[in-house]
Design a protein around this ligand. Sequence first.
Ligand code: SF4
Length: 255
Amino acid sequence: MNRDQVFEFFRRLAEANPSPTTELESTNPYQLLVAVVLSAQATDVSVNIATKPLFEHIKRPKQMVDLGEERLREAIKTIGLFNTKAKNVIALSQALIDKHGGEVPRTREELQALPGVGRKTANVVLNTAFGEETFAVDTHVFRVCNRTGLASGKTVDEVEAKLEKIVPQPFRRDAHHWLILHGRYICKARLPECWRCPVIDLCRYNPKTPPPEERAKATASRSATRASSKARTAKGATASRRSAGRSRSRPSRLR
Ligand code: SF4
C-alpha cells in the first residue's frame, strides 16, 4: 500500500469506530497490566469474567500480594495457563512494590523487566494506560497486516517495526485497537468477512469472501451438479448392466 492508501485504510477504520479501546476491563493501570498478562492465549471475554469479581477488591499490587498465589489461582482458574499466570501476577505485583513504589512504570524497559511481561503487554499498557503511540502486535494485528499488505512481515517484531514506520497521524495512537478489532470482528482468521469490510478495495488478499447469499447459491449449485453427475453415472451403469445381460442371453451360435 502506498502512503495515501495507508491513510485511507485508517481513515475508514476510524470512521467506522471513532473511539476504539481495549475490551479488557480495568479501572487503573495496575489492573490493566494484570488483565493483559492474564489475556495471553485467552480471550478478553474469559479474562473479564474472571477479573470482574477479583478487581472489585484488588486494585493495588499490595492487595494482590496479600491475596496470595493460591487464592489468585482459584480466582483465575477458568483462564488458560492460570498456574503460571498466577505465579507471574504475584511476582510482578511484588516487583512493583519493591522497585516502583507500587506504581506501574512508564517505560518499556521497566515494564518488560517485570515477570510475565513481554513486549506486546508493555506496548498495550504504554498505549492504553499512558497514551503512548505504540503498536502491540497480537495474532489479529499480525494476520490483518499480512493479509491486507498493510505491513507484512514474518515475525511480530517485523510487523511492529513496519507499523511504526508507516502509520500516519492522527491514527498512530489508536491504530493497534483498530487493527485488533478489525481482525476480531471482520477479518476473522477462518473466514474473513470481506463482503462487509470497509477496506475491501485497499486490501490485497485474494480471493475475497463473497456474501453469505452468494456462497449459499454456489454451494447449492455445486450440490446440484454433483447430484446430476451421480445420476448420470448411475444411469450409465444400469445401461451397461442391461447390455451385458443381453449379450449373455444370446444363443452361442450367434456369438
Ligand atoms: S477484504 Fe477481507 S481479507 Fe481484506 S481486510 Fe477486509 S476482511 Fe480482511
